[in-house]
Design a protein. Structure first.
Length: 91
């Protein structure tokens, strides 16, 4: 499983991946792309890894959901928020 390279700012501990989903076929580019899920004390995180881009979001937070939608257009991942939700591990 891919690493997330993140730490929990509340605890200082490294975060481990919980689930990985290949979303390469969903993008308008030809890079490999993955959603990697993890959990911090603050909440659930999904990290989009595509080419040299790696962006993480607290996807249960309204502001982060807006950012996912905005970044999806810029990064060529239409409808990625639906895919994030459909593949999210249980709380």
């Amino acid at each position: 499983m891919r690493t997330v390279g993140l730490y929990d700012s509340d605890t200082g501990q490294s975060l481990e991946p919980i689930k990985e989903v290949d979303v390469s076929a969903l993008q308008t580019r030809s890079d490999e792309a993955y959603l990697v899920y993890t959990q911090a004390r603050r909440g659930r995180i999904v990290q989009l890894q595509s080419g040299c881009v790696s962006i993480h979001y607290f996807y249960d937070e309204p502001d982060s959901r807006k950012m996912i939608e905005e970044d999806a257009v810029r990064l060529g991942f239409p409808d990625i928020l639906r895919v994030v939700d459909e593949n999210a591990p249980e709380r």
